[in-house]
Design a protein around this ligand. Structure first.
Ligand code: PLP
Length: 362
């Protein structure tokens, strides 16, 4: 926590706004808007997953539809597709950003169209905070007139050509889960330049109640709005977002300076115009064996590290889903490792990680 969160939470208690609406929710949405730009509208929700679910619903995804999703991501990017009775079509990554490949995306779309099933949406992810190929992916989406859901759950504070992540898709989603760069313990947001989308999202997120004195419903609704108590935490967290991004980027730079000289270690470089919040500091090794050697040596020192995301087309639950892959994300999964990346790591903490890795490699 940054320090001021408790004040906003107390405000909620003092004014008895203990509900999934209230002044903290409004102010939190305003502060997100300030960060992302005044041309966007924001709905604070109970989770990033809820935001993806509502995005798909807003875009009219329903039973039997197909939705393209980046394979190299956390399962929450794709799970909501199945909530609606639709099917995910997974697309592999490219090596410049580790995100959805423009070449394979085009292939997946053309295949869908050829089979009479044009994909209803594209879920593209800024994994680990690195923006996906905004321009290439945006051009393809426009060409085929397919809307983009921009999964910016890991990328608050990242940008492409100075434009903040979260604002590139037809709809963007954010997460404030406990593990993200800032947190409300649990929470998320839906972001769009289209005001009607955001108003409709708030309507659906509050049980889709019609305008009537009694409770009347013409739509199936959800209980997805953010609590006013948690939005208080969010208000305080927004004040320290820049500090958190700086801390994460400093972690990454420290690792790069200290172990970047080993030929067994590769870092993901920011292409020109890309700015990553470096949510997690990740390295790529030449092989699964070396990756495991490093991971186990760190574990021996009581230091947790983790393999990169397991691609969704390899997950047991999605094994039968359509996929357009070329081995890129599978190889990243086998060879990559997320190093300790918390915003509160001390220099001693970082040195313990660095020393352990150096001992294995030298
Ligand atoms: C965390 C995360 C989500 C889901 O957000 P929640 O707030 O945890 O529901 C979705 N996509 C990605 C890439 C994530 O990392």
């Amino acid at each position: 926590m940054g320090g001021t969160e408790q004040n906003y939470v107390n405000e909620a208690f003092d004014t008895n706004w203990i509900a999934p609406l209230g002044p903290n929710v409004n102010a939190f949405e305003q502060s997100i808007k300030q960060k992302l730009g005044n041309n966007v509208h924001v709905a604070a929700l109970s989770a990033g997953t809820a935001a993806i679910h509502l995005s798909l619903e807003l875009l009219g995804v329903g039973h039997g539809d197909e939705v393209i999703c980046q394979s190299f991501t956390f399962s929450a990017s794709a799970n909501p597709i199945t909530y609606l009775g639709a099917s995910p079509v997974f697309v592999d990554s490219e090596l410049d950003t580790w995100n959805i490949s423009p070449v394979l995306l085009r292939k997946a779309i053309e295949d869908g169209i050829a089979k009479g099933k044009k994909p209803k949406a594209i879920i593209a992810v800024h994994l680990y905070g690195m923006p996906y190929k905004i321009s290439e992916i945006g051009t393809i989406a426009k060409e085929f007139e397919i809307p983009i859901i921009e999964d910016s759950a890991e990328a608050l504070g990242s940008s492409y050509k100075e434009t903040p992540c979260g604002t590139f898709g037809d709809i963007g989603i954010l997460s404030f889960n406990g593990n993200k760069i800032i947190t409300t313990s649990g929470g998320g947001a839906l972001v769009s330049k289209n005001k009607e989308f955001v108003e409709r999202a708030v309507f659906l997120a509050t049980q889709a109640r019609d305008d009537a004195p009694h409770y009347q419903h013409s739509n199936i609704g959800y209980n997805y709005r953010m609590s006013n108590v948690l939005a208080g935490i969010g208000r305080g967290q927004m004040e320290v977002l820049n500090d958190r991004v700086n801390a994460r980027r400093a972690n990454h730079q420290y690792y790069k300076d200290k172990i970047g000289q080993f030929e067994e270690i590769e870092f993901l470089i920011e292409p020109d115009g890309y700015f990553s919040n470096r949510w997690l500091s990740c390295i790529l090794t030449p092989s699964f064996e070396i990756r495991e050697k490093l991971r186990l040596a760190l574990l021996d020192e009581n230091i947790e590290s983790r393999p990169l995301w397991k691609p969704l087309h390899l997950q047991p639950i999605f094994r039968t889903s359509k996929h357009f892959v070329d081995g890129t994300s599978e190889s990243l999964f086998e060879r990559g490792l997320c190093l300790p990346s918390g915003s509160n790591l001390t220099k001693d903490d970082l040195d313990r990680v660095v020393t352990t890795i150096k001992n294995v490699l030298s």
